[in-house]
Design a protein around this ligand. Structure first.
Ligand code: ZN
Length: 189
């Protein structure tokens, strides 16, 4: 099993529920597409928000669409420390008991009670790719990165979905550690 797997680095971003989107941008608001992302119908939206946690703020956090069931903010551990919070390492969607934040859109403010996570590193693939690579949903694999900052990422969670495309998702801390800017390659070992 040494097939090359594309690696993609996810910068910090926010997903909004339709309800929260409308509270900040107005009734019936639709996100505007800036560029398509690799998985399913995901896209980086033109819209950004500031988020405040305690006394600290992150400006212009990119919104990733389409809207989700629940609002969720994905940060790196470096971001979490700079905001003074203890990071909750979670798979996307698992936000129970995570820290909250205040979302700011010019003069509008919206407090969310939970939803700030650091995404657990994961590998997306569809059913055919999973079969070929002998991967099962929710299992963990190790992914080796070559180069000057060569390393192995353990505990990469497999996420299988009909509309997924083969790619490992890491955050910016992980990408920096491995010397990967935006995109790279790895192999399952
Ligand atoms: Zn992902």
């Amino acid at each position: 099993m040494n097939k090359k797997i594309p690696i993609e680095i996810s910068a910090r971003h926010i997903h909004l529920s339709q309800k929260d989107l409308e509270k900040l941008f107005g009734k019936g608001y639709q996100l505007k597409k800036l560029r398509k992302l690799s998985q399913a119908n995901d896209f980086a939206a033109k819209e950004t928000l500031d988020i405040k946690i305690g006394s600290k703020t992150i400006k212009k956090l990119r919104i990733v669409g389409p809207v989700r069931k629940e609002t969720q903010i994905e940060l790196s551990i470096t971001d979490a420390f700079s905001l003074g919070i203890i990071p909750s390492l979670r798979l996307s969607g698992d936000i129970k008991g995570t820290p909250g934040a205040v979302l700011i859109k010019s003069k509008k403010r919206l407090k969310i009670k939970k939803g700030v996570i650091v995404a657990q590193r994961h590998l997306h693939c569809n059913f055919e790719e999973a079969k070929k690579l002998k991967l099962k949903n929710k299992m963990s694999v190790s992914v080796k990165i070559k180069g000057k900052r060569a390393l192995v990422f353990h505990n990469v969670k497999i996420r299988i979905g009909k509309n997924y495309k083969l790619a490992v998702h890491l955050d910016t801390d992980e990408g920096n550690a491995a010397g990967i800017i935006k995109k790279g390659k790895g192999e399952i070992i």
